[in-house]
Design a protein around this ligand. Structure first.
Ligand code: MLC
Ligand code: AMP
Length: 513
C-alpha cells in the first residue's frame, strides 16, 4: 500500500472536482483573484511535480522553500509530497545568515526563494554545495512557475512508507542551534484526520486563513485539515484586522494565535452579528489568557477552542467541540494521543498523581521521528518508550483537562513565534563592549511576550540600546530581535552561578504595560 499522504489528499481532491479549494482576495484595481478549485489544484500540482522531477528532485530529497504566502506555495507542498520529496518551509523573516545554516544542515536538492531574493539566495546556495535555486512569487510568477507551464504532468504518486519523511520543520533549540524536526507521512496524516473529526470540518467549511504557511499551525493544522475535509480556504497574505472583518460574513472557521484575538477584541466591529456565519474559532501556538477567552465570548457568543501542539508533535490536546471549552486549559488528548505528567529532572518518567505539576510528555502517531542528523538530541528528548519530552510544565485537572502552567525550556513565545534566548544572547555577547547578556520574555499586550535583552557592558564601553538592536538586524529575523535593551551592572545569579531570569522578569515586568 502507498502511504504517501498525497494519495489520501488526491482521493478527496478528485471527489471534490470543481469545488473551491483556495480562493484569494480580489486585487482592488483589477478585481481579479486567483481561485483554485480542487480540479485546478490537482492539475497544477501534477505539473509542478513534473517540474520538480525535471529539476532533479528524487524521493527523499529536501526541497527548501522561503517564499511569501500564495496558493502556489501550497501546490508546491503538494507536488513535493507527490514526488516523494521532503518539504522544508522556512520563515520569510529569516536572514541570509540564518538561511545559510538551514541549507548547510539540510542539504536540499532545491531551494525555492522569492524572486526579489534571488541574488542573495544564489550567494548563500553557492556557499552550501551549489544548491539549485528557483523562484516563486505571489502573482504565480517566478522561474518555478515558468518551468511548470512547460512541464509534463507527473501522474504517478511515488510510493512512500508510513514512516518516510514528508517534511522537515526547523525549530530553535536551547543550545541556540536549530533542530530539524522530521515529520513522516503518517504523522501528518493521522493528525489531520483527528482534527477534522474533533473540530467537525466538512465540505461546507470555509476557513479564514491568515496565518503564515511555513509553520505547523498555518501549514499542517490549517491546510491539511482543509484538504482532508474537502473544504475551502480564503487565503489572506497576512493577518490584518480590516480584512478579517470583511471575511467574517462568508467564513465559517478561523484558526489563530492569541494575538489575532487580542487585536480583534480592540475593534468595536467585533459583535455577535459580525460573527453570525462563523461556527468555530480556534487558538494555539501560545497561551490564550482566560481574560481574552472570556472577553471574546462576551463580545461574540463564541467560546474560542484552545488546543495545544508543537512542531515536533503536531497537535496533542484540544478542548472539546461539543463539551465545555474551559478558559486557561488546552483540553484533553486527541484520540490516539497519550499524555503523562512526570517529575522533571527525576529521570524515571513515572506519572505523577493527578493534579500535580510536572513535565508534560506525549506519545502517539503524531509524534515526530526525531531531529535531522542529531541522534543524540533525539535520544535526549524522544524516549525509548515513545514518549516525547515537550519541555512544557503542566497539570491534568480532575476533569481530565490539561493546563499548561509554564515552560521548563528557556523559550520566549512572541506573537506565536518561538524565540530561544540563547540564540539572541550569543549574538549580543559577541558584540564589542559586551560582557554578557540575558534575554527574557516580558508580558506584552500585543505579542503576549516581548523579547527583551538585559546587558552587562564593559567598564567605559559606550553601548546604546539602538546600536545593539541595529547590530542584530542582519543576523536575526525581526521577530527575534529585542524590542527593548536594558543595561545592568551585573546579572543576578544563584549559588550555582545560573542567571536568575525570574528576578530579571520581575524587575522589568512593567516595560510594555
Ligand atoms: C511581527 N513582528 C513581530 C512579530 N510579528 N515581533 C515580535 N513577534 C512577532 N510575532 C514585528 C514586525 O516585523 C514589525 O516590526 C513589528 O513587529 C510590528 O509588526 P506588526 O505589523 O504589528 O506585525 P504583524 O505583521 O501584524 O504580525 C504579527 C502577527 C504575526 C502576530 C500577526 O507575527 C503572526 O502571524 N504570527 C503567527 C505565528 C505563527 O503562525 N505561529 C505558529 C507556529 S507553529 P517593524 O519594526 O518592522 O515595525 C506552533 C505549533 C502550534 O507553534 O502549536 O501551533
Ligand atoms: P513550536 O516549537 O513553535 O512548535 O512551539 C511549541 C510550543 O508552543 C509548545 O511547546 C508550547 O510551549 C507552546 N504552545 C503551543 N500551543 C500552546 C497553547 N495552547 N498554550 C500554551 N502554550 C502553547
Amino acid at each position: 500500500m502507498n502511504h504517501n499522504l498525497f494519495a489520501t489528499f488526491e482521493r478527496r481532491m478528485a471527489a471534490r472536482g470543481q469545488a473551491p479549494f483556495i480562493t484569494t482576495r480580489k486585487d482592488i484595481t483589477t478585481r481579479e483573484g486567483r481561485d483554485y478549485s480542487y480540479a485546478d489544484a490537482l492539475d497544477v500540482s501534477a505539473r509542478l511535480a513534473g517540474a520538480l522531477v525535471a529539476m532533479g528532485v528524487t524521493p527523499g530529497d529536501r526541497v527548501a522553500v522561503q517564499v511569501d504566502k500564495s496558493p502556489e506555495a501550497i501546490l508546491l507542498y503538494l507536488a513535493c509530497l507527490k514526488v516523494g520529496g521532503v518539504y522544508l518551509p522556512l520563515n520569510t523573516g529569516y536572514t541570509a545568515e540564518e538561511i545559510r545554516y538551514f541549507l548547510g544542515d539540510a542539504e536540499p536538492a532545491l531551494f525555492v526563494c522569492r524572486p526579489a531574493a534571488l541574488e542573495a539566495a544564489r550567494a548563500v546556495a553557492a556557499a552550501c554545495g551549489d544548491v539549485r535555486v528557483e523562484t516563486l512569487g505571489t502573482a504565480a510568477d517566478g522561474s518555478l512557475m515558468e518551468a511548470t507551464a512547460q512541464a509534463t504532468a507527473h501522474d504517478t504518486i511515488i510510493p512512500r512508507a508510513s514512516d518516510d519523511l514528508a517534511a522537515i520543520l526547523y525549530t530553535s533549540g536551547t543550545t541556540g542551534r536549530s533542530k530539524g524536526a522530521m515529520l513522516t507521512h503518517a504523522n501528518l496524516g493521522s493528525n489531520a484526520a483527528s482534527l477534522v473529526e474533533a473540530w467537525r470540518f466538512t465540505e461546507q467549511d470555509r476557513l479564514i486563513h491568515a496565518l503564515p504557511i511555513f509553520h505547523t499551525h498555518g501549514l499542517f493544522v490549517a491546510c491539511n485539515v482543509i484538504l482532508m475535509a474537502g473544504a475551502s480556504m480564503r487565503f489572506l497574505p497576512k493577518f490584518d484586522v480590516d480584512e478579517i472583518f470583511e471575511e467574517l460574513a462568508e467564513g465559517t472557521t478561523m484558526m489563530g494565535v492569541p494575538t489575532f484575538y487580542t487585536r480583534l477584541l480592540k475593534d468595536p466591529r467585533l459583535t455577535r452579528e459580525a460573527c453570525a456565519n462563523m461556527r468555530l474559532f480556534t487558538s494555539g501556538s501560545a497561551p490564550l489568557t482566560a481574560e481574552t477567552h472570556q472577553d471574546f465570548e462576551a463580545a461574540t457568543g463564541h467560546a474560542i477552542l484552545e488546543r495545544y501542539g508543537m512542531t515536533e508533535t503536531n497537535m496533542n490536546t484540544s478542548n472539546p467541540y461539543d463539551g465545555e471549552r474551559i478558559a486557561g486549559t488546552v483540553g484533553m488528548p486527541l484520540p490516539g494521543v497519550e499524555v503523562r505528567i512526570t517529575e522533571r529532572d527525576s529521570g524515571h518518567h513515572e506519572p505523577l498523581p493527578q493534579g500535580q505539576i510536572g513535565m508534560l510528555e506525549v506519545r502517539g502517531p503524531n509524534v515526530f521521528k526525531g531531529y535531522w542528523r542529531m541522534p543524540e538530541k533525539t535520544r535526549e528528548e524522544l524516549l525509548e518508550d515513545g514518549f516525547f519530552i515537550t519541555g512544557d510544565l503542566a497539570l491534568i485537572d480532575e476533569r481530565g483537562y490539561v493546563q499548561i502552567v509554564g515552560r521548563d525550556k528557556d523559550l520566549v513565545i512572541s506573537g506565536g513565534y518561538n524565540v530561544y534566548p540563547k540564540e539572541v544572547e550569543s549574538h549580543i555577547d559577541e558584540m564589542k563592549g559586551v560582557v554578557e547578556s540575558a534575554v527574557i520574555g516580558l508580558p506584552h499586550p500585543d505579542f503576549g511576550e516581548g523579547v527583551t535583552a538585559v546587558v552587562v557592558a564593559e567598564e567605559g564601553a559606550a553601548l546604546q540600546e539602538d546600536a545593539i538592536i541595529a547590530a542584530l538586524a542582519n543576523k536575526l529575523a525581526k521577530y527575534k530581535q529585542p524590542k527593548r535593551v536594558f543595561f545592568v551592572d551585573s546579572l543576578p545569579r544563584n549559588t550555582m552561578g545560573k542567571v536568575q531570569k525570574n528576578q530579571l522578569r520581575e524587575q522589568f515586568k512593567a516595560t510594555y504595560q
